[in-house]
Design a binder for this molecule. Structure first.
Ligand code: FAD
Ligand code: PYC
Length: 412
């Protein structure tokens, strides 16, 4: 209280900042990270803290977290389908649990439990498959019947208005949510404290390559020499890949979401229905955060549509008819960088010194800590971290896909 009064009454009080805002870019850095989303910032943090590389610049063309990091619906889970995926996301969950402590910043991480509803025999089969793979790797997942679902979610119409009754679900107790922008700020503050420079409103416009290796980047504020570039730009990946002459199978679709007015707490777990194309969770503030499937066309623009609001609301009311009078207060979109197998593309590339952290589509928020850890190791050592072996650049050429489509949140 006294501190508040002191600040309020002082004319000269300068608001403390989360991190420094260096005025100038240096001529050279050991590592340049393109993209000030959660992934770029986490990689910067672990590079400086764990790999001892402090000459690092994070270049962000807009503001920190202004990409998909600040637009996502914050679902965190590790109930994936492939051994590579389960091990990777499970390590992320382990990091999430201690992250507020590690960054000394409240990320509002809250374990809520996660239901993936099954309305057909085919989806019950997929749930059993996922449960078996999950259990094999020590991840808590089980197939539950309709009575269990009804008991856990008494407000839900288990019959879905009679046209798509819930038969059961995959229940994943570790499922969680967190505050997305806090994750960007927490990692930014931590990286800054370890010497990383963060430059907002700084767009990378070109990458200089000589004899097949990276030697610098061009930016809207001048050129920088560097031998290592990490690209973590999600929906803008194809543009950066063009700069280094690489092509990937990534395609961009908008993914929309919306949020309701705050309500008294009634929903504890996260609920997903692939068949109805809906997912929902309730924040600590009481808002319902809701989303659906991808927009069905390639588009490099984050605009919202009435079509989305109407179809999502219709399906949401199948499950929760009592929400019919609730107001939607915001809606937005992000650019999802989709891959053919719904797994990311991570690690070294054919261009020496150019590292990629992309293909995060609709699933990358939960991976923020583990991608930061594994990419920082990869950039520092020049070879792919053991946990990302299944996500290599060259898997498409070899047709060795890491098929995670069956574990995507909704039927994208
Ligand atoms: P971003 O946060 O997008 O950061 C990339 C940054 O790069 C941007 O800030 C951009 O401005 C910057 N940039 C681009 N080009 C340049 C350039 N030339 N120079 C400098 N900077 C540049 N995942 C989950 O796990 N759970 C969910 O519930 C979930 N829900 C989602 C809901 C929606 C609506 C959306 C859109 C996505 C969702 N995702 C979810 C996916 C998740 O949001 C992303 O995979 C993740 O946030 C990617 O983080 P990032 O740091 O790689 O990218
Ligand atoms: O990956 O769990 C997920 C998710 C939920 C909504 C969008 N992505």
């Amino acid at each position: 209280m006294l501190k508040l009064l002191k600040i309020g009454l002082s004319r000269r009080y300068t608001e403390p900042r989360m991190f420094r805002r260096p005025e100038r870019l240096r001529d050279a850095y050991d590592v340049v990270i393109i993209g000030g989303g959660g992934h770029g910032l986490a990689a910067a943090y672990y590079l400086a803290k764990e790999q001892g590389i402090r000459s690092v610049a994070v270049l962000e063309k807009g503001y920190l977290g202004g990409g998909n990091t600040g637009r996502n619906t914050t679902i965190i889970r590790s109930n994936y389908l492939t051994p590579e995926g389960v091990r990777f996301y499970d390590e992320s969950l382990r990091l999430w649990r201690d992250l507020s402590q590690e960054l000394d910043f409240n990320l509002f991480y809250a374990q809520r439990g996660h239901f993936t509803l099954a309305h057909t025999d085919a989806s019950m089969r997929t749930m059993r498959w996922r449960a078996e793979v999950n259990k094999h790797f020590g991840v808590q997942s089980e197939v539950v019947d309709a009575a269990f679902v009804k008991n856990a979610l008494p407000m839900m119409d288990i019959e879905c208005g009679g046209h798509m009754p819930v038969l059961g679900a995959l229940y994943h107790e570790p499922g969680a949510i967190a505050r997305h922008d806090a994750v960007a700020w927490g990692y930014a503050r931590g990286a800054d404290a370890h010497g990383v420079e963060i430059h907002q409103e700084t767009e990378v416009t070109g990458i200089v390559i000589e004899k097949g290796r990276v030697v610098g980047v061009k930016t809207s504020r001048g050129n920088i020499k560097t031998a290592k570039v990490l690209c973590a730009v999600a929906g803008f990946t194809p543009r950066i890949l063009d700069m280094v002459g690489l092509r990937s199978p990534i395609y961009i679709h908008p993914l929309q979401a919306m949020v309701s007015e705050p309500l008294k707490r009634w929903l504890d777990p996260i609920v997903v229905s692939g068949s109805l194309h809906v997912y929902i969770s309730q924040t600590a503030r009481g808002e319902l955060v809701m989303g659906s499937t991808l927009d069905p066309y390639e588009l490099h623009q984050a605009r919202s549509t009435l079509d989305f609001t109407e179809s999502l609301s219709t399906h949401m009311l199948d499950l929760f008819p009592f929400l019919s009078e609730v107001k939607i207060v915001r809606q937005w979109a992000g650019l999802a960088d989709m891959t053919p197998d719904f797994a990311p593309i991570m690690g070294t590339t054919p261009v020496e010194g150019f590292y990629l952290d992309a293909g995060w589509g609709t699933w990358g928020f939960k991976a923020t800590p583990v991608s930061g850890k594994t990419m920082s190791h990869t950039v520092a050592t020049g070879s792919n971290h053991e946990l990302i072996q299944g996500f290599g650049w060259d898997r498409f050429k070899r047709f060795e896909l890491t098929g995670e489509k069956g574990a995507a949140s909704v039927g994208h």
